[in-house]
Ligand binder design. Structure first.
Ligand code: 13P
Length: 260
């Protein structure tokens, strides 16, 4: 078990990768390879069209499903949108505010906040992504950027709602670059995020799960899992390879080291 009874969470964000056949094969391989570790929650986050078939394929297994985004609206004339209400029967999680959505699809903090609330309305657990880009980091603005993102997304939430959220710290410069943050840097941001929530929501601190994302691999994951405020990983590229992804799941076992 991790610090403060927080359960590890390893989530694979497949982004816009895989054909239907590849998705079934990858999910099957992960299901076979990933030893079921009671302290670890494993979540696959495939493209929308594969969610329903994977939900059937994984029924009865310990692997959960998530969606990569959801609409801010519940239903209506919104061509191309997929609502939290549609996703909820098949998924437990949904990513909101991923930097690719913010940057490539012009999602503002206000839109991210509306999506977060939509996800909560339908009982999904939002994985809220925050993180600075390289220019912001070099300007020493990392915490300023993250504070802004957290405040606009979360300040109107109740304590009960906050308890359902997972935060993913994903520095934009580390995503898909093969240049992860150092575990020490990720820890200092995660610690700051936890403190930010404590100041606003008091008793939340020990329950809030904070993930690191950005070039996590089976080789470097252990370093992130040995620091006290990181409770798992949001994995992109390495989640498309069953051996890599399950290697990351296995790396949580080093967690014991941080309790001793
Ligand atoms: P990579 O693991 O490919 O860097 O992607 C991270 C990410 O964006 C997960 O959401």
């Amino acid at each position: 078990m991790t610090v403060g009874e927080r359960r590890w969470l390893i989530a694979g964000n497949w982004k816009m990768h895989t054909t239907y056949e590849e998705a079934l094969e990858l999910a099957g391989a992960i299901q076979q390879r990933c030893r079921s570790l009671p302290d670890v929650e494993v979540v696959l986050i495939p493209p929308f069209p594969w969610i329903v078939p994977l939900a059937e394929r994984l029924r009865g297994s310990a692997i959960a499903l998530g969606a990569q985004t959801c609409s801010a609206y519940d239903q209506g004339a919104y061509t191309g949108e997929v609502s939290a209400r549609m996703i909820a029967p098949f998924c437990q999680y949904v990513i909101v505010g991923h930097s690719e959505r913010r940057r490539l699809f012009a999602e503002t903090d206000e839109v991210v906040a509306a999506k977060l609330r939509a996800a909560l309305r339908y009982g999904l657990r939002p994985i809220l992504c925050v993180g600075e880009d390289l220019e912001e980091r070099e300007a020493g603005a990392t915490l300023h950027v993250i504070e802004h993102q957290l405040r606009l997304a979360c300040e109107a939430l109740s304590l009960a709602e906050c308890k359902r959220i997972i935060i993913a710290y994903e520095p934009v410069w580390a995503i898909g670059t093969g240049r992860p943050a150092t575990p020490a840097d990720a820890q200092s941001v995660a610690e700051w995020i936890r403190r930010w929530f404590v100041l606003r929501f008091g008793e939340l601190d020990e329950q809030l799960r904070i993930l690191y994302g950005g070039s996590v691999t089976a080789e470097n994951a252990r370093g992130f899992f040995e620091v006290p405020d990181i409770d798992g990983a949001l994995v992109g590229g390495a989640s498309l390879d069953a051996a890599q992804f399950c290697g990351i799941v296995e790396a949580t076992r080093s967690a014991k080291a941080r309790l001793e």
